[in-house]
Each structure stands twice: as structure tokens, then as C-alpha cells.
Design a binder for this molecule. Structure first.
Ligand code: C2O
Ligand code: CU
Length: 548
């Protein structure tokens, strides 16, 4: 196995991702950042220099489990103190499984300011984890949504009473490139339609060949539907695990998810085709995000827009259609890892929108999450018990009769930075229950992401989860392992994992604004087994003096 060294400088730069000039947080001057490529078993070393003049940073390696290196997870407030302006922090971790992953900032709403990118891990030669499918070439697609307002303004709005909601994105980006539709009506200098940074991405293919497209979504808010005009996609990977192949024309992808699809370049090579991403699950207020598929040797020049209008995707509110894709995503028959047959503990989390001191929050079992000032990992290893709320959050919601279709009668909640302590090695089920929001007849999709683990996706339902009935319907035969999963409107999602990775791990909605508003929890397991912490993660909160 090799060691792959990367030197990153994080800085503010004026960028033109959608042709509109915007101050972004960049890696070595770019957003998205460079793709990290490695082979299974390699050690990745990323030396991060924070050259932001006025802002901390922390970077999370999304989908990498950090076995034995929980301090390298990059989650500010959970596994490390933030990296201060001018400081350097080196992340060292092993990529132990092949697959498609991502990285992004995990500090405030910084991910959406531009600090994100892809991680592609190839299977080691002869590994039992080698792909159960064949392809001739591959392309990588990073999907994002983009706002012209700064993330600071967005965060301040979210924390205000009354709320200043972030609204729908201005543009959808593919590999950091998009096109703001009202460019020409902006003030002179504000938008440059011919800026090279917003030139449409072109994906070239050789006629007759099969391509693997690795697709990841780092969106701040949007659930997306992705398609390649005129080409069927065979889904073969989800979050680093091989899927029992199924064919789709449109792929739903939620923030924090990755997929690989195979496409055959078997269409008329003399014209180009659209790659299109469209908002689903929220009423779209954003134009289709586009890129171009072009055939080598065809008569169309690669950059020429296809002769058609870009596909607009399925109806945004067709929940049943998205639900079917969730259900269809199961483990490849040759790569089934059966889950333990039963759980030692079940945590039932009711997702609600609440009000605290006139401010809108999200809560789980009526507890809205706040990050502590001392990272849990540091606090727990150093016995700083006063650093966070020692009372564990509730295992379930009080009233099993809760009407998930109604507006909550008493929307007040509490805030807490308490965490769930899991017995090391135990099997934990989590059932995420969705409900109506503060407005009548409204329930959103939430993509939940777990750090430090993959979990088996045991089942989904629409309606209220019944602990006496639904566990009997779980898929224990060939459930897919994932690290991010959707909870559909008014629905529930059940997942299982083994608490066998010593550390402290965030579990949260991957919608940036929702996590910011409290939609998350934290799990601790086997923290006493964690090796001595590197000093570099300390130096904030009650751990001051531990580092600097
Ligand atoms: Cu990709 Cu905690 O996030
Ligand atoms: Cu959410």
C-alpha cells in the first residue's frame, strides 16, 4: 500500500462557478477541490494550511470510517478543535475500502462555501472487493447547488427570529460549473457568461464502450435527480458498496450520497447529449443543471449544446417514485454482508420542526442538537465531564400516538449537546421517523449521514413506524450498506450498525441548514479504547493548554 501526500492551502478566492462573481472558500485556489485518488489500503495524508484570514476550518472525509483514527474525522466540535487561521493540521487516515466518497468542510456552513471534493478509491489488485462489473473508462460527476448569498449571511438568517430562510439555490452545479440564468440582467462585472470557470463540463466517450460514472452529491439543500439524455443507467454502487444492478433512466441522489452507474455509449455519435440535474422533493425554483456528453469521432464539436432542451426530470413531488428507488437499492448477490439478526438496542428518532425562543429549529425527540465548545473526543478522553450535558438524550418520543400528519400541538423543544453512549460491540438499530413540519401538509426529505460507520438499511415505510409490526418486515437477507440514507416525507427509515469503531461519531441530516438548526445526534462507543490523542486536535474550549 502507498502513502499519498497532499498539500492543501485553504483560502478565499473570487470564483465564477455559475459565471457570477462570488467569494468562495477554495482548496489551492479551486472549488471543488482536487479529487483524491487512492487504492484500497493506501494511507492518505492531507496537510491542510488554513489561509482564511478570519475563519476556522475542519475537513471531513465522508464515507471513510477512520478505524483507529477517530481524531482524523474532521468534525469540528465532535472529533477536533477547529484549525485556526494561519495554523496547519495534518489529516492521516487509511482508505480501507474501494468506492466513491467525498470530502467537505465540517465547520459552520463552510461546505456550501465551496470546500468540497471527491475521493475515489480503486480496488487493490486481486482483492475480494474488486468490482463485480466491467467497464472501459470512467468519469466523475460532483453535483452541487449554489447560492449568491454568502454562507455567513445564510447562517445569520437561519439563527434569526423571524427566520431568514436560505431559499432555493440560484444555480445547480456539475463539477463546480453552472450557468446562472439571469446573468445578462446583472450589474456590469457581476456576471461574466464567458468566464472559463463556468464553461460547461464535457464528458467524452468512445462509441461502443461502457463507462462508469461516479456520481456524488454535496448539495447544501437540494435532493437531485440526475440523468444522461438518451442513455439508460445501470446502478452498480452506492456509498462504496456494490448494488444488485438495476436500470434507471433517472437517478435520485440525496446530499451525502454517492452512486456509480454504467452507461453504454451506444447512441448516435454525431450529436451531443445533456447530462442534467434537477431538484426533486422541494418545489424547484432553480434551472436544470447541465453538462455535455460527447462522442469521440462524432460530427458534433464537443462543446456544442445538444439540439434538444435539457431534460427536466420527474415530477418534483412524486415521492412514490423516489421511494421505489430506495427499496430497489440492495446488496449485490456476491457481496452480501448479512446484518446481525437482532439489535441490542433500538433508538427511535422523531424528526420534527420546532420553535425555541421564537426561533425555528429541528429536533429529535424534542431535543435540538448544539455542538459543544470542547470536542467530545477530547472531553471524554481527558475526563472533562463538565464540557457537555451529561444527561443522555431520549431513546424514543414520548407519545407513541404522535400524529405525524398533523402540525405539532406544542412545538417547543429544548437544546442539548448530550450524546448517546453505546455499549462497545453492541448492535444498534435506529429508526428515523419523519413528520409534518410547522406548516400544515408539509414534510420534507432528510438525508441522514452517519460518521465512522456504514449501516445496513433494513427498511423504509410511509406513515408511522410501529415497533410491534414493522421490524418483522425488515430486509435481513440482502440489505445494502450505506453511510447516508433518505427519510422520505411522512416516512420512516430503519437502519442497523455495529458499535465497534472506538470514537465519537456524528449522525445528522446532511442538509447544511438542517444540521445548523439542530438536526443531528452524536454517538460514542469504546472511547476508552481510543489511542492517545494527537495534541493538534486540542486547544479550544475546556481543552485549552492541551495543545498550543
Ligand atoms: Cu458529509 Cu457530517 O457530513
Ligand atoms: Cu433535513
Amino acid at each position: 500500500a502507498a502513502t499519498r501526500h497532499h498539500e492543501w492551502e485553504i483560502s478565499y478566492q473570487f470564483t465564477h462557478s455559475d459565471c457570477v462573481r462570488k467569494l468562495a472558500v477554495t482548496i489551492n485556489g479551486h472549488t471543488p477541490g482536487p479529487t483524491i485518488r487512492a487504492t484500497q489500503g493506501d494511507t492518505v495524508v492531507v496537510r491542510v494550511k488554513n489561509s482564511l484570514l478570519t475563519e476556522n476550518v475542519a475537513i471531513h472525509w465522508h464515507g471513510i470510517r477512520q478505524i483507529g483514527t477517530p481524531w482524523a474525522d474532521g468534525t469540528e466540535g465532535v472529533t477536533q478543535c477547529p484549525v485556526l487561521p494561519g495554523d496547519v493540521f495534518t489529516y492521516t487516515f487509511v482508505v480501507d475500502r474501494p468506492g466513491t466518497y467525498m470530502y467537505h468542510a465540517h465547520y459552520g456552513m463552510q461546505r456550501s462555501a465551496g470546500l468540497n471534493g471527491l475521493i475515489v478509491v480503486a480496488a487493490a489488485a486481486g482483492s475480494p472487493d474488486a468490482e463485480p462489473f466491467r467497464y472501459d473508462g470512467e468519469h466523475a460527476v460532483l453535483l452541487n447547488d449554489w447560492w449568491h448569498k454568502s454562507t455567513y449571511e445564510q447562517a445569520a438568517g437561519l439563527a434569526a427570529a423571524p427566520i431568514g430562510w436560505v431559499g432555493e439555490p440560484q444555480t445547480l452545479l456539475i463539477n463546480g460549473r453552472g450557468r446562472f440564468v439571469n446573468c445578462s440582467s446583472m450589474a456590469p462585472g457581476a456576471c461574466n457568461a464567458t468566464h472559463p470557470e463556468c464553461a460547461t463540463q464535457v464528458f467524452a466517450v468512445v462509441p461502443g464502450k461502457t463507462y462508469r460514472f461516479r456520481i456524488a452529491s454535496v448539495t447544501s439543500l437540494s435532493a437531485l435527480n440526475f440523468e444522461i439524455e438518451g442513455h439508460q443507467m445501470t446502478v452498480v454502487e452506492a456509498d462504496g458498496h456494490y448494488v444488485k444492478p438495476f436500470v434507471v433512466k433517472n437517478l435520485n441522489i440525496y446530499s451525502g450520497e454517492t452512486y456509480s452507474v454504467l452507461i453504454k455509449a451506444d447512441q448516435n455519435p454525431n450529436r451531443n447529449y445533456w447530462l442534467a440535474s434537477n431538484v426533486v422533493s422541494r418545489k424547484p425554483g432553480t434551472a436544470t443543471g447541465t453538462a455535455i456528453l460527447s462522442y469521440y469521432g462524432g460530427r458534433s464539436s464537443p462543446r456544442r449544446p445538444p439540439p434538444t432542451t435539457p431534460p427536466t426530470g420527474p415530477a418534483w413531488d412524486d415521492t412514490a417514485y423516489r421511494f421505489r428507488q430506495s427499496i430497489a437499492t440492495v446488496a449485490h448477490p456476491a457481496h452480501v454482508e448479512p446484518p446481525p439478526p437482532r439489535a441490542d438496542r433500538t433508538i427511535l428518532l422523531l424528526n420534527t420542526q420546532n420553535k425555541i425562543d421564537g426561533r425555528i429549529k429541528w429536533a429529535l425527540n424534542n431535543v435540538s442538537f448544539t455542538l459543544p465548545h470542547t470536542p467530545y473526543l477530547v472531553a471524554m478522553k481527558s475526563g472533562l465531564l463538565g464540557a457537555f450535558d451529561q444527561r443522555p438524550p431520549p431513546e424514543t418520543y414520548a407519545h407513541q400516538g404522535y400524529d405525524i400528519y398533523a402540525v405539532q400541538k406544542n412545538p417547543s423543544a429544548v437544546t442539548s449537546d448530550g450524546l448517546y453512549r453505546l455499549q462497545f460491540g453492541s448492535v444498534v438499530d435506529v429508526v428515523l421517523q419523519n413528520a409534518n413540519m410547522l406548516d400544515a401538509n408539509k414534510s420534507e426529505t432528510h438525508p441522514w449521514h452517519l460518521h465512522g460507520h456504514d449501516f445496513w438499511v433494513l427498511g423504509y415505510g410511509i406513515g408511522r413506524f410501529d415497533p410491534a409490526v414493522h421490524p418483522a418486515t425488515y430486509n435481513l437477507k440482502d440489505p445494502i450498506l450505506k453511510n447516508t440514507v433518505a427519510v422520505h416525507p411522512y416516512g420512516w427509515t430503519a437502519l442497523r450498525f455495529k458499535a465497534d469503531n472506538p470514537g465519537v461519531w456524528a449522525f445528522h441530516c446532511h442538509i447544511e441548514a438542517h444540521f445548523f438548526m439542530g438536526m443531528g445526534v452524536v454517538f460514542e462507543e469504546g472511547v476508552e479504547r481510543v489511542a492517545e490523542l494527537p495534541k493538534e486536535i486540542m486547544g479550544c474550549g475546556k481543552a485549552k493548554g492541551g495543545g498550543h
